[in-house]
Design a protein around this ligand. Structure first.
Ligand code: NAP
Length: 253
């Protein structure tokens, strides 16, 4: 696995699922992890795993949909560790699930506030620090950014917007050394998939739990993206399903 000794990496949605696995993998690679999320204070697996890794770390309760909360957390992280090398924009929700005409407008808006505006807020707050270190942004994307999936209009729209945010970052700041990636983690066994299975609304909801990937797989890829070796892929939307990507990131074929 790539080594990130001493690099300061912010991970949003660190409390469970892919964000939890990524936080632990990053700490295992030597990074200083700053975990953000509304419930990181009660995330015992996260706290125990980071403590066991023996690296400096910081957990900051933060709602990514709230600019004041994000900007305070990012300032605290930067001040504590003297800078920020990478940001993993992982926080996300799939709710509301349902055909567009059945969705609640407030919940639809909340989805975009988290999945798209939230990602923008964290990049916006961390950008000066990231630029100072020619840093990395990994936006955790989805196949739903590129194709409509029945019952997921908010999720698809938000992830499509996030994919464009990745391209905008690459266009505006790539020349200053910022590397931005969109990363599709595959279908992963997390709380989000529990909610999706319960809906029964589309083909993804009918996948069997035993056929889903484990969060450690995308976590390993995220560590690789935070390192130097992925630099030639900056600005792109990458998928864990791509055999060439898997080989380069050190994942099993
Ligand atoms: P998950 O287990 O439900 O975890 C979601 C994480 O997002 C939690 O840590 C949650 O923490 C955080 N979060 C949600 N709203 C937040 C807010 N307002 N502020 C801060 N943090 C917030 O889901 P997951 O599957 O690991 O998903 C992680 C990312 O992968 C998401 O962006 C998702 O869209 C993407 N993804 C997942 C799959 C999959 O198959 N699982 C596939 C494609 C893409 P708190 O509740 O503590 O705030």
């Amino acid at each position: 696995m790539a080594r990130l000794d001493g690099k300061v990496v912010l991970v949003t949605g660190a409390s469970r699922g892919i964000g939890l696995a990524a936080s632990l993998a990053l700490a295992g690679s030597g990074a200083t992890v700053v975990g953000l999320g509304r419930s990181v204070g009660g995330a015992q697996d996260l706290q125990a795993g980071l403590a066991a890794a023996g690296r400096p770390h910081l957990l900051l309760p933060c709602d990514v949909a709230d600019w004041e909360s994000v900007s305070a957390a990012v300032d605290q992280a930067r001040d504590r560790f003297g800078g920020i090398d990478a940001l993993v924009n992982n926080a996300g929700v799939v709710d509301p699930i349902g055909r567009l005409g059945d969705t609640d407008p407030a919940r639809w808006q909340a989805n975009i506030a988290i999945n798209l505006c939230g990602a923008y807020f964290v990049v916006r707050a961390a950008l000066p620090a990231l630029l100072a270190r020619r840093g990395v942004v990994v936006n955790v994307s989805s196949g739903a950014a590129h194709r409509a999936v029945e019952g997921w209009s908010a999720y698809c729209a938000g992830k499509a917007g996030l994919a464009m945010l990745t391209r905008s970052l690459a266009l505006e700041y790539g020349a200053e050394g910022l590397r931005a990636y969109g990363f599709q983690p595959g279908v992963v066994d997390t709380e989000m998939q529990v909610q999706i299975r319960a809906s029964g609304i589309n083909e993804v909801s009918r996948l069997r739990r035993e056929d889903l990937a484990r969060p450690e797989d995308p976590a390993r890829a995220i560590v690789w993206l935070c390192g130097e070796e992925a630099g030639d892929l900056a600005g792109q939307e990458l998928t864990i399903r791509d055999p060439d990507f898997r080989r380069r990131a050190g994942l099993a074929a």
